[in-house]
Design a protein around this ligand. Structure first.
Ligand code: SF4
Ligand code: SF4
Length: 202
């Protein structure tokens, strides 16, 4: 799937013509990286979007898919949107209990090991490129009795920013996790904001 075709008229209030190709490239790269999982995520966002903002039904399906994929990696600032929509997290615990890999940075491994007075290799493992939490799915620090994180105040930066990630282009984007209501709803409202800015919807 290649994004970008003729989206300029839909996102004209948000994107300059010169930015369109860059955004399309970033969106396509994300789709190529995640494949069917990304498509499922976009489908889920569109399903909710049609309920929250029926005016999007005037767009064709390909147009809507392109807009959602492109706004994900651009558009209304993701971090600001996340702060506005913190209550969309249902506390389902999927992120801590079902994610198979949690990548952390070097500073996380040093800080958490020091605070817990453990050797780094007891808590984290390296694949040669990235450090990961050693026991995941569920995470070793997830408390299944109450769904809380046992190290919440010193949790890794990945967990602080979930469901946000920064891609190789340095753009904020959302994890394509259909199970995460937070991830879906943040993108739904980002798209509505983008279309309002472009005067495509009221
Ligand atoms: S460290 Fe805490 S917030 Fe991060 S995945 Fe584990 S339980 Fe969840
Ligand atoms: S998966 Fe998403 S909705 Fe569920 S607890 Fe994690 S952040 Fe909240």
């Amino acid at each position: 799937m290649i994004y970008a075709g003729n989206m300029s008229h839909l996102l004209s209030g948000l994107l300059k013509e010169s930015e369109l190709a860059i955004v399309a490239q970033i969106a396509s790269a994300k789709r190529n990286l995640h494949g069917a999982r990304f498509d499922t995520y976009i489908d889920k966002v569109i399903e909710v979007l049609k309920v929250k903002c029926p005016e999007v039904n005037k767009l064709t399906s390909p147009e809507l898919r392109d807009v959602v994929a492109m706004v994900d990696v651009w558009g209304v600032e993701s971090r600001g949107m996340m702060k506005m929509l913190t209550d969309t997290c249902t506390g389902c615990g999927w992120c801590c209990s079902q994610t198979s890999t949690v990548i952390v940075d070097l500073e996380d491994t040093e800080r958490i090991s020091r605070q817990l007075r453990k050797k780094r290799d007891e808590l984290f493992v390296s694949d040669g490129k990235y450090w990961h939490i050693k026991r995941c799915c569920p995470c070793q620090w997830w408390n299944p009795r109450n769904g809380h994180c046992l190290i919440y105040h010193i949790r890794p930066s990945t967990c602080r920013w979930w469901p946000l990630q920064v891609n190789e282009y340095g753009q904020d984007t959302l994890h394509n996790a259909t199970e995460c209501n937070y991830s879906v709803m943040v993108l739904v409202y980002k798209v509505i904001g983008a279309l309002q800015a472009s005067e495509q919807v009221q």
